[in-house]
Design a protein around this ligand. Structure first.
Ligand code: PLP
Length: 386
């Protein structure tokens, strides 16, 4: 009975009860091949044995301590993040949107501390998605996500493919920060060009603007490197992460460079649950897996998936374009993709339709060669049927 649940989601009928690897099973025993992994979250698949073991152990020891006290795992996770991002320090949250809220507050306080308190506005991109809290919807492009909620933060949106416009707007507006996703996720798996990423870095340097990379969907290995922006060799001032970091448990993080680690003083920001022992233990399992060959699996399976999707594009004229990198892929259709997504679901393949005409494919990092082949076969069958 869902009468007591607010109806803000378009949920499918099926009730999922268990999973193993990339397969998930509903209450009637029907099995689905999951190429969405809970919207880029369950990177280690379902019931990953080391995660199951670590969680059982940790629940029996310590689930929560407030941030007034230390436990053994926060600092270890922060160490992994510092090593992989080459940035200095982390603030832990419970979700992507909270990581962006932290970055919004940090950018404003940073400007204020530098004697420029008037720099409270932001620049974000057309088709950007940064989350659902008030700060994050302010920098999210879709009008329908913002319009019902009244006065939000001052934000100027610029095209995602024109470095010149970005440079002009940042020079004129002197915002607190520029927010961008190196590969836009909800916006249709749209990779920003290296030229655009570099232009953003350089105009932010020139104007004293913070550059925030939202790698909540594209980061933590999904494209075959730790960060999607690593492919362009661009380092932001702030990175926001979440989704796969604790392999399905709710965790987010904002990672900042050294100078910015001093912006939040005691009491300036906080989160009751952020960085608790259970989620940090899960994150350690994730990092161990990533450092033990999983990133290589993303690269190899990502190439297999990309090549297979290109074959589909050549075979089916309704496929207009293959986008993305690694295990973050989009199939842009020459028409609305919703019908295809529903048909694939009926055939037992879970993918998602985003930006109206894009089939979004985000398998778990543990996906096997056979599973990639099977996913491609189901996709081909769905396309043939169209
Ligand atoms: C790029 C990006 N930023 C932020 C978010 C918001 O994350 P959350 O839903 O965990 O708040 C998402 C979620 O899809 C995302 O893809």
């Amino acid at each position: 009975m869902d009468e007591h649940v607010i109806r803000n989601y378009a949920r499918a009928e099926e009730v999922f009860v268990s999973g193993k690897g990339c397969s998930v099973r509903d209450a009637n025993g029907k099995e689905f091949l999951d190429f969405l992994s809970g919207l880029a979250v369950t990177a280690l698949g379902y019931a990953y044995p080391p995660l199951v073991e670590a969680m059982r152990d940790q629940v029996g020891k310590l689930v929560h301590v407030s941030n007034l006290f230390r436990h053994p795992y926060t600092e270890l996770v922060a160490g992994h993040l510092a090593r992989h991002t080459e940035l200095a320090a982390s603030f832990f949250t419970n979700s992507g949107t909270e990581s962006n809220e932290a970055a919004i507050k940090l950018a404003r306080k940073y400007q204020r501390d530098r004697g420029q308190p008037e720099r409270t506005s932001f620049v974000a991109l057309h088709h950007a998605f940064h989350g659902r809290t008030c700060g994050s919807i302010s920098i999210t492009y879709k009008e329908s996500y913002r319009a019902p909620f009244g006065q939000l933060l001052p934000v100027t949106f610029v095209p995602a493919d024109d470095p010149n416009v970005l440079v002009q707007v940042v020079r004129n507006n002197k915002p607190a920060a520029v927010f961008l996703e190196p590969i836009q996720g909800e916006g249709g798996i749209y990779p920003l060009s290296h030229e655009f990423l570099r232009a953003a870095r350089s105009v932010c340097d020139e104007t004293g603007t913070l550059l925030v990379h939202d790698e909540i969907q594209s980061g933590l290995g999904r494209t075959g490197r730790f960060l999607a922006a690593d492919w362009a060799g661009v380092k932001p001032d702030v990175i926001t992460l979440a989704k796969p970091i604790a392999a399905g448990l709710p965790m987010g993080v904002m990672v900042v460079r050294q100078e910015l680690a001093e912006v939040f003083k005691q009491g300036d920001h906080g989160s009751t649950f952020g960085g608790g022992p259970l989620v940090c233990r899960a994150a350690l399992v994730f990092f161990e897996a990533l450092e033990d060959g999983l990133l290589e699996n993303v690269r190899v399976r990502g190439e297999q998936l990309g090549a297979g999707l290109e074959r589909l594009r050549r075979e089916f004229p309704l496929v207009a374009e293959v986008r993305g990198r690694g295990l973050m892929r989009g199939l842009r259709m020459a028409r609305d993709a919703q019908k295809l997504q529903r048909d694939l679901y009926a055939r037992g393949l879970i993918v998602n339709c985003t930006a109206g005409d894009v089939i979004r494919i985000l398998p778990a990092f543990v996906v096997t060669a056979a599973e990639v082949d099977r996913g491609l076969e189901i996709l081909a069958a769905g396309l043939r049927q169209l």
